[in-house]
Ligand binder design. Structure first.
Ligand code: PLP
Length: 426
């Protein structure tokens, strides 16, 4: 089928509810680039929403997948152990943010792993309620605000006094109030936190927040669950984002980058907690698939052999530097509310514009210029998720496209009209 026909076929027969950045059809991916049916090539600053973290079709991962496909595809976990599953655990153990995290359970998707973590917390504590930073809520789930300094009402009225380096800690007060008013510690099994809020806008937790939450958890026998589905596996410049905060999670949730595109997720906790679940409590037909685990082993090896974290930190400085420079340009700076993030989990949040989303306009211009990027959050936020092993040259090319796109959108904006609500806080 020709490109246009294939695309039309997709529009006709694929669920509309999915929604997508483009109706073009991806033919292949290689490193930081994807090629579409019909020949168009894009620099990919989405990597499938932070999944193909080592670039598309990383040769070592592809080789491991090909080899495993010819050996064992499905070794169902309730039947027996299988080799790639155990090899993956062997590789992951030294990568964990705390040595107490030594017992694993693998699933397929991030959502399933979150469910598994909640189930474990309920079993282990014999308590029901869970506190989260995100809705919508089902019974037994309670929400407290994430410490989002760039949109915090207290910070906005404090004349720049509070920011990510110096948080007002109101979300901690709100957590303490929640434990008094709505879900008593004796009913609360766990609190689930993303160290860097993902879909909510690439917001890193401010300094000191995790220490306070850990204290509250310890005092009240509540488990701290870190959801690192998006922030894990090197995305923030450390293997796991929680390492930036030096805090020990009781349960860590992993997915996305763990197998560079194969559907794999997992939770890890300490053996004493995990062993509270009797045999038969956990399991699932496809969880911890052998081919996906083999890919995970290759990912872990590549992290070590290819000095991925060093690259993340070097490329992060370049991208962040470009964004900070743009912010200093009066015309562009007047429409930027915040530049934030860690490693290669970076974002720029624009001020609300009466002419519609600035982020979406920049996104469209980037696409015209040959680059895919994503927006996120209820605020006007563009997020940047390049491959963690992106080359210096490709990062420079991406920065050039982004800079041009943002400057062109700024040229069409009236700085007087762009609301001055809030100041960039970082
Ligand atoms: C932090 C976080 N947790 C959980 C999920 C859900 O993962 P999945 O889409 O694999 O179910 C996502 C997805 O983006 C995520 O970013």
């Amino acid at each position: 089928m020709a490109a246009a026909r294939l695309s039309q076929f997709g529009v006709q027969h694929v669920a509309k509810g999915i929604g997508r950045l483009t109706t073009e059809v991806i033919e292949s991916g290689s490193g930081s680039y994807v090629s579409m049916v019909g020949g168009k090539r894009y620099l990919d600053f989405t990597v499938g929403i932070g999944v193909a973290n080592l670039g598309h079709c990383h040769p070592k991962v592809t080789k491991a997948i090909q080899s495993q496909v010819g050996t064992l595809v499905h070794g169902q976990v309730n039947i027996a152990f299988q080799k790639p599953y155990l090899e993956l655990i062997e590789r992951l153990l030294p990568m964990m943010p705390h040595p107490s995290l030594d017992t694993f359970f693998f699933w397929n998707s991030g959502s399933e792993a979150v469910e598994a973590a909640v189930k474990l917390a309920r079993h282990a504590t014999k308590k029901q309620n869970i506190i989260v930073n995100f809705g919508p809520l089902v019974p037994g789930i309670f929400s407290v605000p994430f410490p989002y300094c760039a949109q915090c009402s207290i910070a906005q009225h404090a004349g720049g006094k509070f920011n990510y380096e110096n948080c007002c800690m109101d979300p901690v007060t709100q957590l303490e109030l929640l434990l008094k008013r709505e879900t008593a510690p004796s009913d609360t099994a766990a609190i689930v936190i993303e160290p860097v809020l993902g879909e909510g806008g690439y917001v890193p937790a401010p300094k000191g927040y995790f220490d306070r939450v850990r204290e509250i958890c310890d005092k009240n026998n509540i488990l701290l669950i870190c959801d690192e589905v998006q922030s894990g596996f090197g995305r923030t410049g450390k293997m796991f984002a929680v390492e930036h905060y030096g805090v020990r999670p009781d349960i860590l949730i992993m997915a996305k980058g763990i197998a560079n595109g194969m559907p794999l997720s997992g939770i890890v906790s300490r053996k004493e907690l995990m062993d509270k679940q009797p045999p038969g409590t956990m399991g699932g037909t496809y969880g911890g698939n052998a081919v996906a685990c083999a890919a995970g082993v290759a990912v872990a090896d590549a992290f070590k052999e290819e000095k991925i974290l060093e690259n993340v930190n070097a490329r992060s400085k370049e991208l962040r530097g470009m964004l900070e420079d743009l912010r200093k340009d009066p015309k562009v700076g007047s429409m930027i509310h915040d530049v934030r993030g860690l490693g290669l989990m970076l974002a720029v949040e624009f001020k609300p514009s009466p002419k519609g989303s600035i982020g979406s306009k920049v996104q469209a211009k980037c696409k015209e210029k040959g680059m895919l990027i994503l927006t996120t959050s209820i605020y006007d936020t563009l997020r940047f998720i390049p491959a963690l092993n992106i080359s210096k040259e490709d990062m420079a090319y991406g920065c050039q496209i982004l800079k041009e796109a943002i400057e062109e959108v700024a040229a069409g904006e009236d700085p007087q009209e762009t609301q001055t609500k809030g100041q960039a806080l970082e």
